[in-house]
Design a protein around this ligand. Sequence first.
Ligand code: GLN
Length: 486
Amino acid sequence: MSNLFNKSAHELIGLLNQKQITSVEITESVLDRIDNVESQVHAIVTLDAESAMESARRADEMLAKGESRTLTGIPIIIKDNMCFKGHRTSCGSRILENFKPPYSATVVQKIQDEGMVILGSANMDEFAMGSSTETSYWGPTRNPWRLECTPGGSSGGSAACVAACESIVSLGSDTGGSIRLPASFCGVTGFKPTYGAVSRFGLVAYASSLDQIGPFGRDVNDIALALNLICGHDPMDSTSAPVEHPDFTTFLNKSVKGMTLGAPSQFFDKIENKDVENVLVEARRVFEDLGVKFVELSLPHLDYGIAAYYIIAPCEASSNLARYDGVKYGYRAKNIDGMIDMYCKSRADGFGDETKRRIMLGTYALSSGYYDAYYLKAAKIRTLITQDFKKAFESCDAIFCPTAPAPAFRLGEKTDDPMQMYLTDVFTIPVNMAGLPGVSLPGGLSLDGLPIGFQLISSHFQESRLIQLSSAFQSHTAHHLARPAL
Ligand code: GLN
């Protein structure tokens, strides 16, 4: 069977179970595709072709013996910040250029136990700090829809490889929008679960109170399958929530008649881009045709989201990144004169500019005398934003809004202006501040052919509502089926 690389996971699972294809055939097809397009897209940092083929053979054995699980034999790419025992996990940074973790992240272990095929690791902004995948030590990833544009970030490689059919599904992480933004820019479905729904054990920490792992897929059916695999309590992560997650696939293809979506004025007032506006109007019409009611809402503290985020995230980063000092692992500078000199030179050479900017911002904000003025104030804003959402969910099942202010921008367009780069996340950051689940769904193309996503947000641990709404939308539209002409 040809072109297995552009099928969805659920289609491939059907074919595997009917014994029409093997995991080895799928994996070969995807590896061929990588061979053909990766030089243009540059979505992958480390390709583990040999170990992928080995996993595919093992998956076929599991299938033959009747020992397979739902996703056995399906290829996946993980973001380069998820520890994979014995495989390079560089976090897009020179400081971890040759780091091979001695253990695997919980999500990676789950993927392996499932018999999935890990193809390798996807490119990302250094330490997940960025919105364009341009701060990676390995160079930028390109948007498969238009190679001179960014795929978004920081999980740009994970989104681009699903869009370019270099993987069937992938995992990313989202601290302020890093799954949803690249999903929107690359025309794929990207899901950020509730904080605590997916274990962070083995995820290289950026801002621990905001980081969350989630999947990218061609459609929400694949997202539901991936969430079934990765959600769940993990005693190795003290912030992992001891909740029972439902089987998310039972929320696919269900009616949404009578459900209510909230449209926050603070989000809609900010839409300046005509293409984004058109996508939102059209998506709203689809939901209304499906019997969904819309209510207008107000989230009064939303405007402070970015300012508060750029205190909290750098503060946590400055602490988390203190461990990279050249002593036990990672890059160590040569020609050093004593221990302090080694710390300084290793960090100066090992970190890129954006990471250094965050470390300095965070260290300054936490320094003695400034704590109340910056961190404490930001923490209070965070509480107010969380309360705004809580109130909003009293009158709706989920919130409907843009994912990003505009379609993908050109590579280099915002690299010299960090403020402009930070503003890209205006619609996604508040969701992380409140720890809520959010999904970005393909909503159509701009006039000049770039994908545009829209976002749905629900209350804590109500992922199932997002699956239900997303599935209804995708059953009645074809935007998620559009592919770039690579
Ligand atoms: N762009 C945001 C930042 O640079 C969010 C990144 C993320 O979600 N990892 O912090």
